[in-house]
Ligand binder design. Structure first.
Ligand SMILES: Nc1ncnc2c1ncn2[C@@H]1O[C@H](COP(=O)(O)OP(=O)(O)OP(=O)(O)O)[C@@H](O)[C@H]1O
Ligand SMILES: [Mg+2]
Length: 266
């Protein structure tokens, strides 16, 4: 089973946009049963799929912190066939305190999702919060491959190489030595001299794993989210849809650790 996490401790780099649309692409184009797992207190992954996360009696927080809550009680359907979402919301900010006494607190998510394969899911896609705390550590333990969306702005490179190292270190510390960054995706690209210079730097840093298709700025992408729809439902013939499909294909085709050789990234 593919277990793909979208991670960057910087905010607003396109994690949710890529997680939601890649998950939907895997369901639509690869005909996989996909579970999109939101771990962010903002609940944006569910909201982007039209799920009213504010009114749900239970979300991922309850699955992670309460005994006896089953996966199927928390998972929500959405308009995309084959795609379901495990929603998150504000309660997740209490997660680190709620599990502070548990020595296996970094493995809560992986343990709770052990039932996912038996439930018929064929791919897990994780949308991470913009921080490297316990929640993201749980994602790194539950995932097998990591995609890092990097916004093409002046500060984008700052901390980027360190994050790749952190992913590797957490993997080693938590018994997941195969965990790797398999793709670095440049996002919010606009054709400017500065963005092109940053892109060149990223190519030099990540010769094997940089996505060939940067995610350019396209207003349909933002609009789709505001309507609670994926780009395939909202504007399937837009440039945004074209770019997101190409990126999803690259992520799908990247050699996953499970399949064998993982690309060298640092
Ligand atoms: N290619 C794009 N073109 C236009 N708008 C975009 C594009 N990518 C993302 N956006 C918009 O930018 C905002 C931030 O994107 P997104 O929510 O995916 O980032 P994020 O990394 O998940 O943010 P956070 O760190 O807060 O979770 C959203 O409003 C989204 O609609
Ligand atoms: Mg987000």
């Amino acid at each position: 089973m593919r277990r793909i996490a979208f991670i960057n401790e910087k905010g607003g780099t396109g994690k949710t946009t890529l997680a939601v649309n890649t998950a939907a692409w895997l369901a639509r184009e690869q005909k996989l049963r996909v579970l999109l797992v939101d771990l962010d207190t903002q609940g944006h992954a569910g909201k982007s799929l039209g799920v009213d996360v504010r009114t749900l009696p239970r979300n991922v927080f309850h699955l992670l912190t309460e005994d006896g809550v089953r996966l199927e009680e928390v998972v929500q359907p959405c308009a995309v066939e084959g795609l379901s979402v495990l929603p998150s919301y504000k309660e997740m900010s209490d997660f680190p305190v709620a599990v502070a006494q548990d020595p296996r607190r970094a493995h809560r998510l992986a343990d709770r999702l052990a039932a996912a394969e038996a439930a018929g899911y064929q791919a897990l896609v994780f949308d991470a919060p913009p921080s490297m705390g316990l929640t993201t550590r749980n994602i790194l333990v539950a995932a097998t491959e990591v995609v890092v969306p990097v916004a093409l702005t002046y500060l984008a490179l700052d901390g980027c190489a360190e994050m790749v190292e952190t992913v590797k270190k957490v993997g080693e510390a938590e018994g997941r030595p195969d965990l790797r960054v398999t793709k670095v995706v440049p996002t919010l690209y606009r054709k400017t001299a500065l963005a092109d210079a940053i892109l060149e730097r990223l190519k030099a840093y990540f010769p094997d794993s940089l996505a060939a298709m940067p995610l350019g700025f396209n207003v349909k992408i933002d609009e789709a989210q505001s309507h609670g729809k994926t780009i395939w439902e909202y504007a399937p013939r837009s440039r945004g849809a074209e770019m997101l499909a190409a990126i999803a294909q690259e992520i799908h085709d990247a050699p996953s650790p499970r399949k064998g050789r993982a690309p060298r990234v640092a």
